[in-house]
Structure formats: C-alpha cells, structure tokens
Design a protein around this ligand. Structure first.
Ligand SMILES: O=C(O)C[C@H](O)C(=O)O
Ligand code: SF4
Length: 514
C-alpha cells in the first residue's frame, strides 16, 4: 500500500482541476442548446473557457473546492485506519499545494484550520465488498450549491404547485420546486440527486449518492427513469438559465434513488450540484495502492469547444446590442447612476474582497482602508504565498444572498459604489443601491481561473485572522467583466427571473403521474 497516499493525492488534484468527460459533454450540449448571443450563452462560453484553463493550469475549476467527500470500497480485511490517515495527509498536502482551498472552519470560533482537517472534515465513508481492488470515489461539492439542497416531508403544500401527496406525482412536485428555489444561486445550470424515503439523514445521503452515477446511465426502476426524463425536459422550461440570467438550460442532470422509510415519514431529499460537478474515482491495486484505472471519463479527452470565429461574430453582435462600459476605481456616483441592468462593466483598478465574516465585522467596526467609491467583490479566493508574495490561484464569486442582512447598511456606511457577486441580492440591497447610488454586478459563478487572470497584483490583505477565504484582499485588477443585474433605478434581473419562473412553475400544477 506504499502508493495509496499518492494515488489519493492524484485523485484529489484531478477532481479539483479537470472536469470529467461525461460532465463536459453535458455542458457542451447546453452550449449548443443556448443562443450564444444571450447572457446565458455568453456565460456558458466563459464556463467552457474556465474548464480548459483549470485543466491547463492544474488549478481549481472553482475556488470553493467544497467538502471533500470520499466513498471507499475495500476488500474484506483491508486496514481502514491506515487508509483514513493517508487520505487525511493527502488532503493536507493538496491544500498546501493550492489544489484545495482552506475550507475547514470551526463552527463556534470561526477559525480556519488551514489544512482542511478538523472534526467532520474530510468526510470518509468506508464500505467492504467482495472484490479484490479498492475503489475510491471523491466528490468536491461547494457550499453555495450545498446551501440549495432541500428536503420535503410529504404530504405538504408546495408553493406554486399545491398539494403534494405521498406518491410519484407528489415527488414530481418536490423536484420541480427544488429546481425553482435554487434559481441561479447554486451556479446553474446544475445537476440534482434525489433521495426518496429514508430518514432525514439517510435521505440526504441517498440524494448525494446519486451524484456518483454516470451522467448518461439509465435508471433501472422504470417509473423513476420516466420521472428523471420528465424532470430534465420540464425543469428546463422554467427559464432560469445559466447563473439565473434566464435561458433555455436550467438543469443538466437528474438522478433519483429510492429506499424504504418509516410509516410516519415520507422524505424527498434533493442534493443540488452546480455545473462545476467535480467527482472522480480510481480503482486501486489493494497490495500496492497504485492506480489501475479511473472510474469516470477523463476530461482531457473531451476538449471544450471554443470556436474563435464564432466568438468574434458573437462579440460583434454583443457590442451592437449591449453597452460595454469601462470603469476605473474609485467609482463616482455619476459612473454608477449611468448604468442599467444588462450593461457589461469592465473594471480596472483596485478591488477588495469581502464576504461573510467581513460584512458581519464592518457593521460594528471601521474599515481598515478608505472604501469610498470602492468595489467590493464577494469572493473567497485560493491564495498561495512564495518568496515574491501572495498570488491569486482561483477567484470566482460567492453567493451574494448571504450578505443581504448587511449589504445595504455597509454600502451607505462606507460609500461603496459597486458590489460584485453571484446569484443576486434582495429588496433591502436594491433599495440601498437606489438611495446611495450603487450597482450590483453579477460575475459567472465557478469561473475561478478566468477571474484569477484579471488580478495582476496582490496589493495587501487585512483580517487574515478570519482565514484566507474570509480575509479582505486588496487586488489590482485589469479587465474584470461582469453584468449589471441590479441597478440604481430599482431594476433587478434576479427579481424578474424569479417572478417569471414562479409563473412558469405554476403551470406544472396539474397531475402528471397518476
Ligand atoms: O465559498 C465560495 O467561494 C463559493 C460558494 O461555493 C458559493 O457558491 O457561494
Ligand atoms: S461558486 Fe458556484 S461553482 Fe463554485 S462551488 Fe459554489 S456553487 Fe459551485
């Protein structure tokens, strides 16, 4: 077993940096289905470029490298204690090498362990089997999409869809609602795993297990296969689209499993996974721990299409239809008041990251720097330090909705002019944008390599005590492009898409599976 740790390390790196071939194919099909000249089409092109960049940089596809979750099948008698130790050391090494973000946080103190090890992290499930080899599978599922998991307890009344009973049609309603409620916040277009039955814990486990299925497999249970097909076809009629920008592709995959339940309980548990659907696996020789084969198709065999001629034609169409505005920081009130939903903004100058801990902190304290006219980026990057200083290794946006309780007050208190994030914000922030003169810009979630390239220098950092993802990084920025989705005139693309998709959801009220 002298190679076991190295094999697990290779699995971690591959999972974090090279999206598997079956997932790539589904994303390519989405690119073909979506009109390239729309915001959703453009976002999918950016996603495709990001996938390629991550592979060639051998760097994380998304900066949120998730909760590392291993499922290990071993021959009877294999030493699981040693395997666990080696998995943990492979995790720590991959973190040190910048292949994983420091993602393990003490829930009471908020302190980051710095090596992805701690109570409950990583998650390792062992199972024995009759075979001679060891099968190790890993999924890296990020926090934003994890927050969009949802569990239903039937029978219940589902918003927009009415009564959902303890039958296939009730399950159908739960799943349709699960896709609706995620909107763009879990970095749609996404994949869902559904667990029918079990208790609250095993139901979710079953849902997550579905995410280990191959994208093109077929469900052995006839009625579940039909339900999977129904959901894929109809969830895509909700019009939520990539990043919640509206569009033809909202859901990329749906896998449903079933287990027994207690007479009193009927849970439908849904695990939502973003497009950055990072899961891989290896079959290992149980003697040496060497890799015999990979379980899912290798990403490198499915290059993402980036047709230069198409892209150029697209850019011309784009320019004709949409305004592109270049802004240098600090921004003035006049700069941001002139922006409208749909405009593309290119930012140059200094930008500051700020997410959960910083927003909470700034409510009661002063900022370490002058934030007048500033741009705040909701982002928890992957950073590495060498002799030359800090470097940005991955830096896509995080879900902005979590800052909704603070954002409006923070904008006014410090004179912030632009907030960049993903998934949009609510009514309180929209009102503050209008009052104060500020704008919300939506970046493409998960496109961590694409945005990391825009950061030319790390000018400084504050609040390192909050850990790398939560610290306030001051970054010299060139050519950071994002779309105005909430402006200072009371318009919100997010509110519009939500309202629109809810009206569409209501059309799925009538029974389908009797
Ligand atoms: O933590 C992050 O960087 C992002 C998170 O996965 C999110 O989707 O909000
Ligand atoms: S930022 Fe988006 S792509 Fe990355 S883990 Fe979160 S939900 Fe997934």
């Amino acid at each position: 077993m002298q190679h076991f740790e190295q094999s697990v390390y290779d699995l971690i790196v591959e999972t974090s940096t090279n999206l598997p071939g079956d997932v790539r194919k589904v994303i390519q099909a989405a690119q073909e289905a979506e009109d390239r000249a729309t915001r959703a089409g453009m976002s999918l092109s950016t996603i495709a470029t990001n996938i390629e960049m991550a592979e060639s940089n051998v760097s994380p596809i998304c900066q949120d490298t998730g909760m590392p979750t291993f499922v290990v099948h071993t021959p009877v008698g294999a030493n699981q204690i040693i395997m666990k130790q080696q998995i943990r050391s492979a995790i720590a090494r991959a973190t040190k090498d910048g292949k994983l973000r420091t993602n393990s946080v003490d829930s009471l103190t908020g302190s980051n362990t710095g090596d992805n090890l701690g109570p409950g992290t990583p998650v390792i499930h062992f199972e024995q089997w009759e075979k001679d080899d060891i099968d190790v599978r890993l999924i890296l599922k990020g926090g934003g999409c994890e927050n969009k998991n949802i569990q239903y307890s039937l029978p219940m009344e589902i918003p927009g869809l009415g009564k959902a009973g303890r039958d296939l049609d009730g399950i159908r309603k739960c799943i349709m609602h699960a896709v609706y409620q995620a909107q763009g916040q879990g970095c749609s277009a996404g994949f869902i795993g559904v667990g029918i039955g079990g208790d609250r814990t095993t139901g979710y486990e079953l849902a997550k297990q579905q995410l280990f299925r191959h994208t093109d497999d077929t469900n052995e249970i006839g009625e579940l296969r039909k339900l999977e097909e129904y959901v894929i076809e109809n969830a895509n009629k909700l019009g939520i689209g990539t990043m919640g920008f509206g569009g033809a592709v909202t859901l990329l995959g749906c896998k449903i499993g079933v287990m027994n339940r207690l007479p009193a309980s009927f849970f439908v548990s849904v695990a939502y996974n973003c497009w950055a659907y990072r899961r891989q696996g290896v079959l290992l020789n149980a003697e040496s721990g060497e890799i015999k084969s990979w379980i899912y198709p290798n990403g490198s065999d499915t290059p993402m299409k980036s047709n230069a001629a198409d892209a150029a034609a697209e850019a011309v169409t784009e320019r004709a239809e949409r305004r592109e505005v270049v802004l240098n920081t600090p921004l003035s009130e006049e700069d941001v008041r002139s922006l409208k939903v749909g405009d593309i903004v290119i930012i140059n100058g200094e930008m500051h990251t700020g997410r959960d801990a910083i927003h909470h902190h700034l409510m009661e304290h002063d900022a370490p720097i002058d934030l007048n006219g500033s741009v705040i980026y909701h982002c928890g990057p992957v950073m590495l330090k060498d002799e030359a200083g800090w470097h940005v290794k991955a830096a896509g946006p995080t879900t902005s909705a979590r800052e909704e309780p603070y954002q409006g007050d923070i904008i006014k208190k410090f004179g912030i002019r632009a907030v960049i994030g993903k998934g949009g914000m609510g009514a309180k922030t929209l009102a503050a944008l209008q009052d104060h003169g500020a704008v919300y810009l939506n970046a493409i979630g998960g496109a961590a390599q694409y945005y990391a390239e825009c950061f030319k220098n790390v000018n400084g950092v504050d609040f390192m005590e909050f850990g790398i993802p939560e610290a306030m990084w001051h970054l010299k920025t060139e050519g950071f492009a994002a779309v105005v989705t909430m402006d200072s005139h009371g318009n919100s693309l997010h509110a519009d898409v939500d309202k629109d998709s809810f009206a569409k959801l209501e059309q799925f009220k009538a029974p389908v599976f009797k």
